[in-house]
Write a protein that binds this ligand. Structure first.
Ligand code: GDP
Ligand code: ZN
Length: 297
């Protein structure tokens, strides 16, 4: 019997996983049909051949980021400490996705930052700044960058924020996420090809989540762009706490079990009326509350 090994999952595609053990990459599978492993997971493995292993167990997670629909949840990454949401001056970004990402980060206990990329596109800059300012006002740091026009500034801004952290970059496609990752991880494309070959998905796809190590002790996870960020798994209690702009008003409602939808003397609704909470945020809260009541699992 070979001794148990400990590794980090650095890529996942369907039920194919790649584990890094002492700098070596091992193709790994779960037992049975389980798909409960996430990139960033620390796992205990047993070798089944020279470069293959089976995942015996997953170490306790510090954090877990996931999205979900009515039917099932999908793990995005484990053990993250920081999340970067990448938006751009153009194409236009979806507030819904930004807000959902922030809610997911809050619920998971992950520090969230926003990156406004392509600030070189000056015509669109004022409008983008105004829109992103809504989140800046909530206390989320906003970093204005241009991967194309000011690459060194982008690296100098981001590197210290990544140091010693386990980070993920998420965003809609076209925002410049790959451009930023390529600046931070100059050999990212080579690594992606290697990972794709090692994952042996047969398709040599590049649309999988993968983790890169940085020289400063941090790591960065690049995830494929997505258009939907379902949060059906969040309970009502988690939801109201995940909206940090609601915090000053929670506990101020007439009813202790107020859902902040249409109850009389609701402190949250009062703050929306007074313009202290952006209406867009409350609308999303109501939508998420509705989603969480539709869960079928
Ligand atoms: P992703 O889909 O988010 O990974 O975005 P990409 O990194 O592939 O970038 C999408 C497009 O935006 C590409 O044509 C990039 O060259 C361009 N792009 C990326 N960063 C910048 C930037 O800072 N300024 C401008 N003008 N274009 C950029
Ligand atoms: Zn209320």
């Amino acid at each position: 019997m070979s001794a148990a090994l400990t590794g980090t999952i650095i890529a996942a595609h369907g039920r194919h996983y790649l584990a890094e053990v002492d700098g070596r990459l091992l193709q790994s599978v779960t037992r049975g049909k389980k798909t409960n492993v996430a990139v960033g997971d620390l796992v205990h493995l047993k070798m089944t051949s020279a470069d293959q292993a089976v995942i015996e167990s997953i170490a306790e997670r510090k954090t877990l980021l996931y999205r979900s629909d009515q039917y099932k949840s999908k793990l995005l990454a484990a053990n993250l400490t920081r999340l970067f949401i990448v938006v751009a001056t153009e194409p236009s970004f979806a507030d819904d996705l930004v807000s959902r990402s922030l809610v997911a980060a809050e619920a998971a206990g992950i520090d969230a930052h926003l990156i406004l990329n392509k600030v070189d596109v000056e015509e669109q800059l004022p409008r983008a700044r105004e829109r992103i300012g809504v989140y800046g006002a909530l206390g989320y740091p906003v970093h204005e960058l241009s991967a194309r026009a000011h690459p060194q500034h982008a690296v100098d801004t981001l590197m210290p924020l990544l140091e010693g952290q386990s980070s993920i970059f998420i965003g809609q496609s076209g925002m410049g996420k790959s451009s930023l990752i390529n600046l931070l991880v100059p050999d990212a494309e080579i690594a992606t090809r290697e990972i794709s070959a090692a994952l042996d998905t047969g398709k040599h796809t590049t649309t999988f989540t993968r983790l890169y190590r940085l020289p400063n002790g941090g790591s960065v996870i690049d995830s494929p762009g997505f258009q939907e960020f379902g949060l059906y798994h969040l309970s009502e209690g988690m939801l109201e706490r995940a909206f940090r702009d609601f915090a000053p008003y929670l506990g101020g409602c007439k009813f202790y079990n107020c859902r902040h939808l249409s109850e009389p003397q609701c402190a949250v609704l009062g703050a929306v009326e007074e313009g202290k909470i952006a209406r867009m945020r409350h609308t999303l809260y109501a939508q998420l509350l509705h989603e969480s009541s539709q869960t079928l699992y």
